[in-house]
Each structure stands twice: as structure tokens, then as C-alpha cells.
Design a binder for this molecule. Structure first.
Ligand SMILES: CC(=O)N[C@@H](Cc1ccc2ccccc2c1)C(=O)O
Ligand SMILES: [Mg+2]
Length: 368
């Protein structure tokens, strides 16, 4: 494909409710969207970086800068551009996986729209709908948490994930178990808030029969997670630590994780996400699709990814209204606890022009 234009669009989306994790509280989402224009078709990409570098080292302004200064200029003159080429052209630039992922996603979307081929078909989806879980933030009280969980269960979510941190872990898990019973699929996510010294404390979660404990330790502490896994019976799942297929293989071989949360933005794109799926499948390690509060653009691509065979656990592929009153695409609506895999060309959705205009903070053409 020949690139004729790249648009960087900054949007601001208010959240339906504050979302608190061990690394902070979000009340609205500052999002970077990319639009790639080629002679055949247009493509959309969503950068999942957070506003501040609190989930990982990336942040929205940094991603915009590296795209403007290095990543987009590196690909614009490529004679035969496609998503695979993007990965190899950008490889010399270190890190910035979320920025790279957004650009690769937009090129892949344009490429597939041009071919009339869906993300699901391209990635290897084997299902036409995916079971959806929901991520529940840290709350001011146990009562507030139980009301929120009740609402999500009533909405049909098939799995509940509770954010935890020191001081908010055993009690909320016990309360949810006592109120909603042992059959609810339940897991926790610490976003690196604990240390190996907390191992015995975290082992107190074992009686609650959780599906997994997600990223309890620092993202660089692979060895620590392997040692924790020998003390805590609940399966350890990694999120922030897993930034490539090679690192996934290493973490699995060292006993650091029994389950992997796959996030295309965190690992540099949907093609690497599929490679992580394949490596995990080869080791018999289940994966599930994580979430970064994406708009319908990223959500559409994530639902396609979540339909691959190795995605055997419900993901954080929640409905649009989990986070937003109005999504920039037609909303993803939960049906019997599932979301349908888009079947149209590319990601299968388009931004709604009037909604997009309303939430747009800035737009710039990086290449014309
Ligand atoms: C759904 C879920 O829990 N996602 C991340 C954490 C997270 C939390 C808050 C966020 C705020 C803005 C952007 C991304 C964010 C990601 C996780 O699995 O660890
Ligand atoms: Mg996580």
C-alpha cells in the first residue's frame, strides 16, 4: 500500500465512574487515535498509553511525540507498506510498544479493509462471540463494591476481576464470595502493588478459589513471581511483565506465570499478540484478552483477538457502557455475557463522525 496521509487525533472521554487501581484513579480517558490513509483504504489505530506513566513507562504525550518525530516518518516512504513491514521498519527504535502498536494497527486495518478481510479472519478467530469479564476498581467501602459487583453480574458479565492493593485485598474478596457465592468466576489484579515479603499475606487469598492473581509484583521481577508461585496456590497471571513472545516463553519456563493477560498495545501490536498466544498455547498456558479502557476502535480489534482458540478465559473485553456513556463507534453491547466478533473488513467498525468531533481535543496531519 502507498501511504497518502497519517492523522494523529487526541480525544478526551469522560468515564461513567472513577476507576481506581493501585497506581491511581482515572476519571476520564486521554486517548490518542491514529488514522492512516492509503490509496486503497483508511485504517484506524488506538494507542492504549495512559495519561501519565503509571501503568508502564509510556504516556500519551510521549507516544504522540515518538510517532510524530520517529515512527511515522520512518514508514511514510515505504514503497510497499503493510502491517508486517511496519514491525520490521520500527524495530530499530527501542521500546514505545504502545505507540508502535497503534501505528501497526492502523496500517493493518487499512490493509485488511482494502482486501475486504476482517481482523478475526486474519488473526485466526475460531468463535463468532466472546465471553466477557469486567474489571472492578478499588472503592471507598465494601458496600459500594458489592453494589457495583451486583450490577455487573446483573448485566451478565461472566467473570469479576477485583483491583487490589495492600489494605484492600482479603476483605473485598471475602465479601464478594460471601455475598455472591463460590460459583462466580473471580480473580484479582494488583498492578504490581506487592513485594515478595507479602507472599504469606497473598497466600491468604488461596481459600477463596480465585481463577488467578494478576501481576502481584514489579513488572521486572520475573524471579520473584516464580518464588511467589511456590508459596501461593492461586495461579499467577502476568500482565505488565509480558511485553513480547520471547519474554512470555522465558516467564513460563521459569515458572513465573501459569496464565497470561494478552494486551496488543503493551506488546507492540496485534501480530505480536498472536505470537504470544501461539507461544502460550505451545506451553499449555491459557491466555485472556486484557483491557486498557479502549474506545470501540481498540475494543473491536480486542474482541477479534479474544476469539482465537487459546483465549480460554473471559477477558476484560467489557461492553462500551462499562466505561463510556457514548462510545466513538456504535456501542459494544453485552448479550448473554458475550460480545459479537465484528465481521466487517478490517476492525469492522468506524468512528461516528459527530461523536468523534465532540470528543476531539486536537487533530494534526503528520503526513499529507
Ligand atoms: C481493565 C483493567 O483493569 N486494565 C488494566 C489497568 C488499567 C487501569 C486503569 C487505566 C486507566 C486508563 C488507561 C488504562 C488503564 C488500565 C489492567 O488490567 O491492569
Ligand atoms: Mg492487569
Amino acid at each position: 500500500m502507498k501511504l497518502t496521509g497519517v492523522e494523529l487525533r487526541r480525544i478526551r472521554m469522560p468515564l461513567v465512574a472513577p476507576f481506581r487501581t493501585s497506581f491511581g484513579t482515572e476519571t476520564d480517558r486521554d486517548i490518542l487515535l491514529l488514522r492512516v490513509v492509503t490509496e486503497e483504504a483508511e485504517g484506524w489505530g488506538e494507542c492504549v498509553a495512559t495519561g501519565e506513566p503509571l501503568y508502564s513507562s509510556e504516556y500519551v504525550d510521549g507516544a504522540a511525540d515518538v510517532l510524530r518525530r520517529y515512527l511515522v516518518p520512518a514508514i511514510v516512504d515505504h514503497p510497499r507498506l503493510d502491517a508486517v513491514a511496519v514491525g520490521s521498519v520500527l524495530a530499530p527504535f527501542k521500546g514505545h510498544r504502545m505507540a508502535k502498536a497503534a501505528l501497526e494497527m492502523a496500517v493493518l486495518d487499512a490493509e485488511l479493509r482494502g482486501q475486504g478481510r476482517s481482523f478475526g479472519r486474519e488473526l485466526g478467530a475460531v468463535r463468532d462471540r466472546v465471553a466477557c469479564g469486567v474489571s472492578v476498581g478499588i472503592m471507598d467501602s465494601i458496600g459500594e463494591l458489592l453494589d457495583a459487583v451486583e450490577g455487573y453480574l446483573d448485566a451478565g458479565y461472566v467473570r469479576i476481576k477485583l483491583k487490589i492493593e495492600p489494605g484492600w485485598d482479603i476483605a473485598p474478596v471475602r465479601a464478594v464470595r460471601e455475598r455472591f457465592g463460590d460459583d462466580v468466576l473471580l480473580q484479582v489484579d494488583a498492578n504490581t502493588a506487592y513485594s515478595l515479603a507479602d507472599a504469606r499475606h497473598l497466600a491468604r487469598l488461596d481459600p477463596f478459589d480465585l481463577l488467578l492473581i494478576e501481576q502481584p509484583l514489579d513488572e521486572e521481577d520475573i524471579r520473584g513471581h516464580a518464588e511467589l508461585a511456590r508459596i501461593v496456590r492461586t495461579p499467577v497471571c502476568l500482565d505488565e511483565s509480558i511485553t513480547s513472545a520471547a519474554i512470555a516463553a522465558d516467564a513460563i519456563r521459569r515458572g513465573a506465570c501459569a496464565i497470561v493477560n494478552v494486551k496488543p498495545g503493551r506488546v507492540g501490536g496485534y501480530l505480536e499478540a498472536r505470537r504470544i498466544h501461539d507461544v502460550c498455547a505451545a506451553h499449555g498456558v491459557p491466555v485472556w484478552c486484557g483491557g486498557m479502557l479502549e474506545t470501540g476502535i481498540g475494543r473491536a480489534a480486542n474482541v477479534a483477538l479474544a476469539a482465537l482458540p487459546g483465549f480460554t478465559l473471559p477477558g476484560d473485553t467489557s461492553a462500551s457502557d462499562r466505561y463510556y456513556h457514548t462510545d466513538v463507534t456504535p456501542p459494544f453491547v453485552l448479550d448473554d455475557g458475550h460480545l459479537p466478533v465484528p465481521t466487517g473488513p478490517g476492525i469492522g467498525v468506524q468512528p461516528l463522525p459527530d461523536v468523534l468531533a465532540e470528543v476531539t481535543v486536537a487533530s494534526e496531519w503528520l503526513h499529507r
